[in-house]
Ligand binder design. Structure first.
Ligand code: SF4
Length: 357
C-alpha cells in the first residue's frame, strides 16, 4: 500500500497534493458560480476558515466564463467540477482554473479527451478523476452486480489508463460513496493499486451532526493508515462548517501543525462553573487561530489542572471564579463573569508569542 508520503506530488496552483504527510483541506461553494460576487464572498469566508483549495461547479458556459473574474479576486487555488462537457473544461482551463474534476472516460470521443489533456498540459493543470459509487459505468455494474470497492477501483483504473495513454500523469483520484465501509474499502484498494494522490470524501454524508460523524469515521479510518492527501467533508450545511470539521479531524491525527486545540472536561457533580457555555465560546474563538496552542476548560480544580497538564493554558472552575493555569500550575484567580474575556486575552498573548518566535 502506498503511504500518502509515497504518492506522486501533484501541483494545484501553488499547493502540492501528495508526496508528503500534509493533508490539503478542500471545500466546494454552494453559490451559482456565475454569480461572481456571491461566489467570491463565500470563498473568502472559506479561506478565512482555513480552506486551502476550493471547487466550484461549472455546469454551463456562464459558470466557465465567471472563472476568470473569480480567479482575480481569490487567493487559494480554484477547481472546476465538470461532468461530461469537454467544452466547459476547455473554457475553464483557458480562464485560469487550477484543477479540473472530470472523468476522461465520460467525455466521449478520444479527440475531445485529447483536447482537454492538451489544454491541461499546456497550462500545468491537473485532473481529478472522481469515481462515485452512485454513478459507476454500466458495464461495471453488470460485471459486479452492484457498486463494490473492486468496481470503483476498476473504474478509477480505466480513467487513469486513458490519461496515461496520453502521457498525462498529473492525476488525483477520489472514490466516494455514501456507504462508509464501502468508501473505506475502495480507498484502501486504490492505495494499493496506484500511487496517485487520493482525495478523500464520504459523499452525501448528511447534516452537520450525522455527516460529521460519518465523515470522521470513514476518513479517520483512512487517515490513520496513511491514506489520503486531501480531504473534503461533504455536509448539508454552510461549507465553512466543512472546513471546521476538516481541521478538527486533522488535528485529531496531528496532521495540522498550526491549529489550536480545546481540551474540556465532561463535567460531573464537582462542577463549579457554567462550563458548557465557556467551552463553546472558547471553541468558537480558537477555531480560526493559526497557532498550535492547547487550551483547557475544566469544571473544577480538584483534578483539573493536573489532568490537563499538557495544556498550554486553561481555566478550572472554583466557586464564583476560575483559576487560570499554565501547564498544570495555577497562576491566578479570575471572577466567573470575566473568565471568557480573560482567557481570550491570554490565548491571544500566547498566539502572538508563537508568531514572534
Ligand atoms: Fe468533574 Fe472537575 Fe473532572 Fe470536570 S474537572 S470532570 S468537574 S472532577
Amino acid at each position: 500500500m502506498y503511504h500518502r508520503k509515497q504518492t506522486r506530488p501533484v501541483k494545484v496552483g501553488n499547493v502540492t497534493i501528495g508526496g508528503s504527510d500534509e493533508i490539503v483541506i478542500q471545500s466546494m461553494t454552494t453559490t451559482k458560480t456565475a454569480d461572481v460576487k456571491a461566489t467570491v464572498e463565500q470563498i473568502h469566508r472559506l479561506e478565512e476558515a482555513g480552506c486551502q483549495i476550493v471547487r466550484v461547479t461549472v455546469n454551463n458556459m456562464e459558470a466557465a466564463e465567471a472563472i476568470k473574474e473569480i480567479k482575480k479576486q481569490i487567493q487559494i487555488p480554484l477547481v472546476s467540477d465538470i461532468h461530461f462537457d469537454y467544452k466547459l473544461a476547455i473554457k475553464a482551463i483557458e480562464n485560469g482554473i487550477d484543477k479540473v474534476r472530470i472523468n476522461p472516460g465520460n467525455i466521449g470521443k478520444r479527440e475531445k479527451v485529447q483536447e482537454v489533456v492538451k489544454a491541461c498540459k499546456e497550462r500545468g493543470v491537473p485532473i481529478r478523476i472522481g469515481v462515485n459509487a452512485g454513478s459507476l459505468e454500466k458495464h461495471l455494474l453488470e460485471k459486479y452486480g452492484y457498486p463494490t470497492a473492486d468496481a470503483m477501483v476498476e473504474s478509477a483504473l480505466h480513467h487513469i489508463q486513458i490519461l496515461e495513454d496520453l502521457d498525462f500523469h498529473d492525476i488525483i483520484v477520489s472514490l466516494k460513496a455514501s456507504d462508509v465501509p464501502l468508501a473505506i474499502s475502495a480507498y484502501m484498494k486504490a492505495a494499493s493499486a496506484f500511487a496517485y494522490p487520493l482525495h478523500l470524501g464520504i459523499t452525501e454524508a448528511g447534516t452537520l451532526f450525522s455527516g460529521t460523524i460519518k465523515s470522521a469515521a470513514g476518513l479517520g479510518a483512512l487517515l490513520a493508515q496513511g491514506i489520503g492527501s486531501t480531504i473534503r467533508i461533504s455536509l448539508s450545511a454552510d461549507p465553512v462548517e466543512e472546513i471546521k470539521v476538516c481541521r478538527e479531524l486533522l488535528k485529531t491525527f496531528g496532521l495540522v501543525s498550526n491549529a489550536a486545540t480545546l481540551i474540556s472536561c465532561p463535567t460531573c457533580g464537582r462542577i463549579e462553573i457554567d462550563l458548557f457555555s465557556v467551552a463553546n465560546e472558547i471553541e468558537d474563538y480558537i477555531a480560526g487561530l493559526k497557532a498550535p496552542i492547547k487550551v483547557a476548560v475544566l469544571g473544577c480544580a480538584v483534578n483539573g489542572p493536573g489532568e490537563a497538564r499538557e495544556a498550554d493554558i486553561g481555566i478550572a472552575g472554583a466557586r464564583g471564579e476560575g483559576l487560570l493555569f499554565r501547564h498544570g500550575e495555577i497562576v491566578r484567580k479570575i471572577p466567573e463573569e470575566n473568565l471568557v474575556e480573560e482567557l481570550k486575552k491570554e490565548i491571544d498573548a500566547l498566539a502572538e508569542e508563537y508568531h514572534r518566535t
